[in-house]
Design a protein around this ligand. Sequence first.
Ligand SMILES: O=C[C@H](O)[C@H](O)[C@H](O)COP(=O)(O)O
Length: 235
Amino acid sequence: MSATDPVKLMKQEVGRAAAAKVKSGTIVGLGTGSTTAYAIEFIGDRLKAGEIDNIVGVPTSFQAEVLAAKYNIPLTTLDAIDRMDLAIDGADEVDPNKNLIKGGGAAHTREKIVDSLADCFIVVVDSGKLVDRLGSTFLLPVEVIPMAVTPVMKAIAKLGGQPQLRMGVKKAGPVITDQGNMVIDVKFDQIDNPAELEATLNNIPGVLENGLFVGVADIILVGEVKDNQPSVREF
Ligand SMILES: O=C[C@H](O)[C@H](O)[C@H](O)COP(=O)(O)O
């Protein structure tokens, strides 16, 4: 990836824009993925520069915990708080109604818990993540308890989905989530009713959580780039 890689420029710019919305004395959900990683870095930069202080983060993954430690952002847990002021997180697809597919990094279960508890959930994406209809470019991740992988795949096939077990890269065998579970990625020809599908999938015994986020996001920050100049649009 070159220094002027347009996707990198867009991710950095939305990360910076999201970090700029963090105020002193707030509790912030820290999402997962390459775009949110920039937001965490820029929050750390603002803390270091003294622009903000007294921030506490709630991590959505081991990756977020590691980044928070790297940038000296103190962390807390959901046992210690009732709510968050803000959550910042990426997405794999965003539709015009601000509904999302998440879980490209297998973190969607903890992300849905944290992002749902925030007063304001800000999504940070590059413009390539915008779709007219969810499921058109990205397979839908479903986290499953390991002993239930086969029956869940059969149940998903009966619903019309094409399931595949997510395999590791630079690791033999399946991807294991931060909770010790596996991920089934599902191709649906068409997702007409995301809310209904979200509930139907979660109702299959053995499914922990799927990557459909319906009615959770408040603000979408979209990174765009033209002539190597990045900008951010909000909706
Ligand atoms: O499980 C991972 C998350 O849902 C990520 O937020 C999502 O995959 C987007 O990641 P990235 O910003 O790297 O495209």
